[in-house]
Design a protein around this ligand. Structure first.
Ligand SMILES: *Cc1c(COP(=O)(O)O)cnc(C)c1O
Length: 234
């Protein structure tokens, strides 16, 4: 836990180097610290080291930490959202990275209107077409965008993807490149500006930054290995 600050500096330095390699401004890259499984104390340490955006992927855990830490940080939701959990997110979450289907958009809109809010979202795209991953296929995006634009309670701010797990992060590069192309291509559909490009995790964030990511979702490289990844507790 004590090395959270060092870890963050390391990640920041790697982002700076990757951005420079690509001729980009490192300040344009936002770190979302994925704090799933991390106790509030770890979040506070990361906050003290300068981070102010945290990502969670389980609703119950998210709500609990939100109550404990409060709204002084930005809360991002990066996991799959079940429709019956939307009511817990409304008013608490700053950005949902995982809008991946129409019925979720409808439910987000319903709760947003009910509470006088707007959900900011990213559309999750399954660029690599992995059968068990969430996300729209890229050919679904052009119809989805104008449809969501009709929902006053949901604002699309950009695109998100998860690259397949690969040994060599270089192999993820085409996926990141493709997401950036899609965000360029659809940037002006239905007056939606796709300003955020959320891609890159511990394994592959430097490649994602080289390919234009302006939000990287990083857990392990900041907080260390999770106790039970994908298990019921974390
Ligand atoms: C857990 C998670 C991350 C962070 O993963 P690390 O490999 O620990 O950096 C990023 N994005 C999503 C959607 C996640 O669920």
């Amino acid at each position: 836990m004590n090395d959270i600050r060092d870890n963050i500096r390391r990640v920041q330095n790697e982002i700076i180097r990757a951005a420079r390699r690509a001729g980009r401004d490192p300040a344009a890259v936002r770190i979302v610290a994925v704090s799933k499984g991390v106790p509030p104390d770890g979040i506070r340490k990361a906050q003290a080291a300068g981070l102010n955006a945290f990502g969670e992927n389980r609703v119950q855990e998210f709500v609990k930490k939100c109550r404990e830490i409060g709204g002084e940080v930005e809360w991002h939701f990066v996991g799959h959202v079940q429709r019956n959990k939307v009511k817990y997110l409304v008013g608490l979450v700053n950005l949902i990275h995982s809008l991946d289907r129409w019925d979720l958009a409808v439910e987000l809109n319903r709760w947003a209107l009910k509470k006088g809010r707007v959900f900011d979202t990213l559309i999750q795209v399954n660029v690599a077409r992995e059968p068990f991953k969430h996300g729209l296929y890229e050919e679904e995006v052009p119809d989805f965008l104008p449809a969501v634009a009709q929902l006053p309670g949901v604002r699309v701010r950009g695109l998100m993807t998860m690259a397949p797990y690969v040994e060599d992060p270089e192999d993820a590069r085409p996926v990141f490149r493709r997401l950036r192309e899609l965000s360029r291509k659809y940037r002006d559909v239905a007056d939606i500006s796709l300003e955020f490009l959320s891609m890159g995790m511990t394994q592959d964030f430097t490649v994602a930054v080289e390919e234009g990511a302006n939000m990287v979702r990083i857990g392990t490289a900041i907080f260390g290995p999770r106790q039970c990844q994908g298990g019921g507790v974390v």
